[in-house]
Design a protein. Structure first.
Length: 367
């Protein structure tokens, strides 16, 4: 997009951020770009809400409005930033710059009841479509390319939306919104694979892997959905962290009896409160975020800083993620066992200690 930036009143935060060299792309109702405040290489870690005039980085947690952007990015004082934007700062009073607050996990909140009701109806239809003739090609892709068996596909409630849909936002319990051209915004449901997150039978999130994203995002989360990561087996004493939900499903299928699996959705996403609590109690956390430039290299530091020596960087050695590595011949179960136990012998000892020796998983992992 092209930015036309003028100093003074009425400055659009998109123009302000764009003038500082950040390339933004539209994703649904918001814009995404690479955050300039940290060394991350993820192209979508910085979220900008033009309507609210706010920005937030999911990688380093820098956030604020246009005034805060000028203070953090250009080093202006509060008074200088207000003057630059054409605002009256009131009596001149210098306000101290504050460092970004220490990261704290956020409580996952369920979507509104009306959203869940509509999501359930849509998901049921998408599941039926996946298992119909129209879903044959996608089912084959899930089995062959992603390694998922039918039990996993059905258990996860995966579905298929064959064509883009646009529904009234009120149908999903969302507040009305107006586009830049003055027309009413709709709830956009892209064509593609539907990946739900269902908690106690209630649909909390619908994420869609688009068939043909073009220049847009491959994955889209439906407006109004929960942002909590997908997690399985959090009661276990060890965990594997991955980015993609499909990789999470694959690993839960292959090693769910050994450890918890957490799928963050993006390399820079963070655990919610419940997941964080479980990970703080874990003896071993294998961090296997995608090993391309937009993946683990940019996000690794958070894990040892937060979880100490329990966190181990454990990339897949034959591909950028678990699915690709499996296609290239990596035995995922052996790969996880090596990360958790170091050897087959130690794994066998772990089994004996937990099955016959009466030890908990955590106790056996410490031995």
């Amino acid at each position: 997009m092209t930015y036309h930036f003028e100093r003074g009143a009425g400055v659009n935060i998109l123009d302000l951020i764009g003038a500082d060299g950040v390339k933004l792309k539209k994703y649904g109702a918001t814009y995404r770009g690479r955050c300039p405040f940290h060394n991350g290489k993820t192209e979508t870690s910085l979220l900008v809400d033009a309507d609210a005039g706010k920005y937030h980085c999911f990688g380093c947690d820098m956030h604020g409005d246009a005034i805060q952007w000028l203070r953090d990015r250009r080093g202006l004082s509060f008074h200088e930033a207000c003057t630059f934007l054409g605002h009256d700062p009131g009596p001149r009073k210098e306000q101290p710059r504050t460092a970004p607050a220490a990261w704290e996990p956020r409580e996952a909140t369920a979507p509104a009841a009306i959203w869940q009701e509509r999501a359930r109806a849509f998901l049921d239809e998408a599941i039926d479509t996946l298992w119909s003739g129209r879903g044959a090609k996608l089912r084959a892709w899930l089995r062959l390319e992603k390694g998922l068996n039918d039990a996993t596909i059905k258990g996860a409630g995966l579905g298929f939306n064959p064509a883009d849909k646009y529904e009234p936002r009120a149908t999903w319990g969302l507040d009305p919104a107006i586009k830049e051209d003055g027309t009413e915004k709709k709830q956009w449901i892209p064509a593609g694979l539907i990946i739900p997150w269902v908690v106690n039978g209630d649909v909390h999130r619908l994420r869609i892997r688009r068939d043909e994203p073009g220049d847009g995002a491959r994955y889209v989360i439906m407006s109004g959905a929960s942002s909590a990561p997908m997690a399985w087996g959090l009661e276990r004493a060890a965990a594997v962290i991955v980015e993609s939900e499909l990789d999470g499903l694959l690993l839960n299928q292959e090693v769910g009896d050994l450890c918890a699996v957490v799928a963050l959705g993006t390399a820079t996403a963070k655990p919610d409160t419940a997941t964080h609590k479980a990970l703080k109690a874990a003896e071993v956390i294998l961090v296997s975020l995608d090993t391309d430039e937009a993946g683990a290299k940019a996000a690794w530091k958070f894990w040892p800083d937060t979880y100490g020596k329990a966190a181990r960087r454990w990339p897949t050695v034959k591909g950028k993620d678990a699915s690709e590595a499996r296609l290239n011949g990596l035995g995922l179960r052996a790969w996880v066992i090596a990360g958790l136990f170091g050897s087959e012998e130690r794994f066998e000892r772990f089994c004996i200690q937990t099955i016959d020796g009466g030890m908990t998983d955590a106790e056996a992992l410490r031995v």
